[in-house]
Design a binder for this molecule. Structure first.
Ligand code: UDP
Length: 487
């Protein structure tokens, strides 16, 4: 069990000084006073399975930093697991909660699940004292609650970040496997009401995931800073400013033969001069990368076959590029499928026409250096004309919220979480079926050819994020849920 150090970051005063957030912060400070008071004397332990990669690791540092600055005693612990079978199993559980796979889990699975958690219990008990509150995130550390409750008088909350709107035999199977652990929990938190299994509905609160507008991932980057980041990380080539913000890592790119190389070794990305479509996510089949690449190719081929070559639209589509970005699988501990999915994508990439290969960049981001990774994601999203999240299933896609905050128009699938975040034709577009390549290609083309609408959608998107999806609304909900649970 690792106690994760929270990096320095923006302070309450910084948010107050940021024009569009000032009012929000004042309201937040008023509304959280009594719950902060009632949490005094308890430590809140946030426990999950990874310190890097994915939405949970993205949100916890800012939440914890702000809560601490308000006087809340809160710590982030990450379970240790070296057993590949454990993460294979928890990935199957994760997929099944999203309705994919057969949903069949047996006693051998349970043994693996509980063994790794049991290996973490002594370390957990060294930290946790009577009267504390423990929040366990997602399925991986779920069995810990029952083990903690045996010797500690604490309140236990399970925070599930994933879900599926309609329940099917797969979700029924996985919930039946997990239901045995529900009993140890006092309360549950989900992102959207329809994800909650019936048997725990009466003990569940809804908290919407949110972004930190001033984190490295989201803070304003003026053009010179953005360019500097893209230069330093090797994504674009050019003269680098002297001794200023030297990056530890160069972003790697998949080369046409499927090998890994530095981006500007063969072909720097001129994303500044060309319309750019971007999706950045974990390498997960449910993120719809493969379908997006197919749709991009289809859009390009339609343009060549039937576009009017003298038109502006033809020219625009012709020079558009696609960036697919995701973590270097070597740095992601809890996602064994990541490398497999990346390899599938590489195979697909190797087999496409060389001209089109040139228009598509598969980038591996340095997730082992959270600051560099965040700045690169920030710059890539800001330089994108459309940010796509083509998820087959999505509990709630932080990537869409990140892009909306940056006034980027988004194109998302009809996955429940994304539909909750994005208003069709107001803050971007929704393409209902992420596997319908023809529809996806035509939505991409329509968006590319509507620059004015794109600006409006981007503008509306930022307002929607300020109203609903910043860490202040999220922390306010957490403080209220935790103080209620403590009573
Ligand atoms: N992310 C990142 N680098 C990557 C891929 C993803 O920093 O190479 C971040 C992304 O910006 C977002 C988070 O990981 O903040 C993913 O959260 P989301 O809710 O979109 O999906 P999840 O991974 O939780 O399914």
């Amino acid at each position: 069990m690792q106690n994760i150090t929270i990096p320095e970051g923006a302070k309450i005063e910084d948010y107050k000084a940021y024009g569009s957030l000032n009012h929000l912060v004042h309201q937040f400070l008023e509304q959280t006073k009594s719950s902060i008071q009632s949490l005094k004397g308890s430590t809140i332990w946030m426990i999950n399975s990874t310190a890097t990669g994915g939405g949970v690791a993205e949100m916890l540092p800012s939440q914890i930093r702000i809560m601490r600055s308000l006087g809340v005693n809160i710590v982030w612990l990450v379970i240790e697991a070296s057993d590949n079978a454990f993460f294979k199993l928890t990935k199957r559980i994760h997929n099944a909660i999203h309705g994919s796979g057969d949903g069949v889990f047996n006693e051998a699975d349970r043994t693996i699940f509980e063994k790794v958690n049991a290996q973490n219990i002594d370390a957990a008990l060294n930290f946790i004292k009577d009267g504390d509150l423990v929040v366990i995130h997602d399925p991986q550390p779920m069995p810990l609650a029952g083990m903690i409750a045996k010797t500690r008088n604490v309140k236990l909350v399970w925070r599930c970040h994933i879900g599926l709107e309609e329940h099917n035999t797969t979700t029924k199977g996985v919930w039946s496997f997990l239901s045995q652990y529900f009993e140890a929990y006092d309360h549950f938190v989900f992102s959207i009401p329809s994800y909650v299994p019936d048997m725990i509905k009466s003990k569940t609160s809804i908290i919407t995931p949110a972004i930190d507008p001033l984190s490295h991932k989201n803070r304003i980057l003026h053009t010179d800073k953005c360019l500097n980041i893209l230069l330093q990380s090797g994504i674009i080539s050019g003269r680098k400013p002297l001794l200023h913000d030297v990056f530890q890592h160069q972003v790697r790119r998949i080369l046409p033969d499927g090998s890994f190389g530095e981006v500007n070794q063969t072909n720097p990305l001129d994303i500044i001069y060309r319309p750019t479509i971007t999706e950045i996510s974990r390498w997960d089949r449910l993120k719809g990368f493969k379908e997006l690449m197919d749709a991009f190719i289809s859009m390009k081929q339609n343009n060549e076959n039937s576009g009017d070559r003298s038109s502006e639209n033809y020219q625009r589509i012709k020079v558009t590029r696609l960036i697919l970005g995701g973590p270097d699988p070597a740095f992601v501990a809890d996602d064994p499928e990541g490398e497999e999915v990346l390899n599938e994508l590489i195979e697909q990439y190797k087999n496409i026409d060389p001209d089109l290969q040139n228009d598509i960049a598969i980038l591996l981001l340095p997730l082992d250096n959270p600051r560099e990774n965040a700045l690169i994601v920030n710059a890539l999203q800001r330089f994108s004309n459309i940010v796509v999240q083509n998820s087959l299933q999505e509990g709630f896609g932080l990537t869409a919220t990140e892009a909306m905050w940056k006034q980027r128009p988004v194109l998302v699938s009809g996955a429940a979480g994304l539909k909750f975040q994005v208003e069709d034709s107001v803050t971007g577009r929704i393409n209902e079926d992420p596997t319908d390549i023809g529809q996806l290609a035509s939505k991409l083309e329509q968006m590319l050819n509507k620059p004015k609408e794109r600006d409006n959608w981007g503008f509306n998107g930022q307002l929607r994020v300020i109203k609903n999806f910043t860490l202040f609304s999220q922390i306010e909900s957490w403080l209220s849920v935790l103080s209620d649970v403590k009573q």
